[in-house]
Design a protein around this ligand. Sequence first.
Ligand SMILES: Nc1nc(=O)c2c([nH]1)NC[C@@H]1CN(c3ccc(C(=O)N[C@@H](CCC(=O)O)C(=O)O)cc3)C=[N+]21
Ligand SMILES: [Mg+2]
Length: 288
Amino acid sequence: MTTIIDGKQLAKDLNAQTQQRVAKLAERGITPGLAVIIVGDDPASALYVRNKHRKAVKLGIKSVVRELPATVSQADLMGVVTEYNQDPTINGILVQSPLPRGLDEQAVVAAIDPKKDVDGFHPVNVGRLFNNLPGNYPVSCTPRGIMTMLASLHIHLRGKHAVVVGRSRIVGRPMAAMLLNADMTVTTAHVYTKHLSDVTREADVLVVATGVAHLIKANDVKPGAIVIDVGMDRDDQGKLTGDVDFDGVFDRVGAITPVPGGVGPMTIATLMQQTVDICEWSEQRGNQ
Ligand SMILES: Nc1nc(=O)c2c([nH]1)NC[C@@H]1CN(c3ccc(C(=O)N[C@@H](CCC(=O)O)C(=O)O)cc3)C=[N+]21
Ligand SMILES: [Mg+2]
């Protein structure tokens, strides 16, 4: 029997928890606030931002979307970040990725107050995660959501072998750090990895985030493995599909996330969770 890890349902459960936490804060007159900055008019980015905005509003989070033209200067974009850094009604700041050519994304992310870095992309927060520092700090939402999905399976991770395919700043690298922090033996594979199939077949937990549709097939997985598909690819018909050949591996694996309805919805739910986390942390600090 194969378990389908239902990201939509898990996201629903997490969102319900988040909504309750927002209601608790509301009793004290506190509203978590999220600011999303989107530059240019990439239609996919616009859709993601709209989905985040809708979800935030639904949960009772104040959501501000700032749309800037692709021609915006680096200085003006940084100025908008500074504005939200100083705005006490905003707890989380997110700059939608990717930015149009000519803009320095790393500089923009570094300008975000690390305490408001709801994406967990600021170098200070990345460093904390990498070093497994204790304490409260935001981390990348997609891998954090995946850790929540793994927790829902109630399996022991310690000492098991995790293989992460992909080494992006947003997914692969922070994912490997979180799995290592969970005491797993972690291998990161990527586009230059030789004999990839031999590596992935060793995985008790396999996380695939490459952007290559159906890269992983039945022969590339260990029987009984847990497979997390972060892919958001288009098939020949233009339909959304993953980096894993879901139907091909299905009978062989122990558990698997579908695309759509897997990691994607959990990413957004985790973003909402982390916005409220940040708000609560700032309350605990007495806003500084
Ligand atoms: N600063 C920043 N933070 C991000 O978190 C961020 C970003 N930039 N840039 C783009 C990626 C991508 N991302 C997704 C979120 C939800 C779905 C999602 O909900 N997907 C649905 C399907 C959506 C569809 O049908 O297209 C699903 O998998 O079921 C997908 C992708 C967040 N990202
Ligand atoms: Mg998905």
